[in-house]
Design a protein around this ligand. Structure first.
Ligand code: TXA
Ligand code: MG
Length: 318
């Protein structure tokens, strides 16, 4: 999508005044604010109803600007050269004199950083004198937003502005890797972990559901469309929405296809879009057929798994 300078200017005007705005990224839309300003960051947590102890990802345009805030290491440089800008987030140590707001990291001494690839977002960052903290633009525990109208649906007029960048090309959040010590994957996401493994040339830990949570985002309560989701189903019940990975010849109004030909990248792109659409059509539950657990299928299964746990837990509380 081409960017429009007057929209970028508008976005900058609000950010400079410490407001939060919706921004497009190649993964999902973000709710962005100046990462150096306490008052701006506090607004993100309030709008998202996000627990204060859940830290935020900070988005940079260049490695030079990152170096002002974080200590970098060899593994970071290897991955950065290959995959950034793109759907990968690195956990790095914060420098003592970093200007990052303490609310971004919940007072911890490490920071999640990402270099976005989306043209509109990059153009915006070019014009700012600070990096942008941006969690996904959805109310906490809900489905992420993959187009500007989704952000509107989540926040309505509670936010000043949404910078439109079209539909997100990847459709699931970035892969998160902790690089403070031995590399460890904290979240499956838009970059296939086997590609990361090849570059680092070592076995990397996968630590997406640790007993002691490194990030509250590893919570099982996440990504919920607000109705029950059941995985690995062969067919749906009456009146239930059915999500399929591969197009069949059947044309039923409750069948939703993530991909035409079993393509997992295409399926990831359509996942949140599809969950939101099903919810908005008024279905009361969702069955999902088995999704291969390789490539971006790992991220898809991770999100669906958490979405299904959310409802189970909720129904226990009620
Ligand atoms: O693709 C993405 O990553 C999107 C776009 C907007 O960049 N952002 C995103 O942010 O997904 P959010 O806040 O929805 O998810 C960030 C995850 C959370 O699980 C959070 O706990 C974890 O990253 N996280 C953030 N800072 C961290 C830190 N310092 N250490 C460990 N985990 C961290
Ligand atoms: Mg999120």
């Amino acid at each position: 999508m081409k960017f429009n300078q007057s929209n970028i200017k508008k976005a900058k005007k609000y950010l400079d005044k410490n407001y939060c705005i919706g921004i497009p990224t190649e993964t999902v839309y973000g709710l962005a604010a100046n990462a150096y300003e306490n008052s701006a960051i506090k607004k993100i947590f309030a709008l998202k109803k996000r627990p204060r102890n859940n830290p935020l990802i900070v988005h940079y345009l260049t490695i030079d600007s990152l170096k002002k805030d974080c200590l970098i290491n060899n593994n970071f440089l290897k991955l950065y050269k290959k995959f950034s800008p793109g759907p990968i987030t690195y956990i790095l140590k914060l420098k003592k004199d970093s200007k990052i707001s303490k609310y971004v990291t919940n007072n911890e001494r490490h920071l999640a950083v990402r270099f976005p690839r989306h043209k509109v977002f990059k153009e915006l960052l070019k014009q700012l004198r600070y990096p942008l903290a941006a969690p996904s633009a959805n109310i906490s525990t809900k489905v992420s937003a993959v187009q500007s109208t989704d952000v509107e649906e989540e926040f309505g007029n509670k936010i000043k502005y949404i910078l439109d960048g079209g539909r997100c090309s990847i459709g699931v959040e970035s892969t998160i890797i902790d690089l403070r010590g031995k590399p460890s994957i904290l979240r499956f996401g838009g970059l296939d972990t086997s590609k990361i493994q090849k570059i680092l040339n070592c076995k990397i830990n996968v630590n997406i559901n640790p007993k002691k949570k490194i990030t509250p985002g590893q919570s099982q309560l996440h990504y919920s469309p607000g109705i029950p989701v059941k995985m690995n189903m062969i067919k749906p019940k009456n009146n239930e929405a059915f999500i399929l990975i591969k197009k069949r010849k059947v044309k039923l109004s409750n069948y939703f296809y993530l991909s035409k030909k079993n393509n997992l990248n295409e399926a990831a792109k359509n996942l949140y879009y599809c969950l939101r659409m099903i919810k908005n059509k008024g279905f009361k539950s969702i069955a999902v057929e088995k999704i291969p657990n390789k490539g971006l299928g790992q991220a898809i299964n991770d999100r669906l798994n958490r979405a299904s746990k959310y409802y189970k837990k909720k129904s226990l509380i009620i």
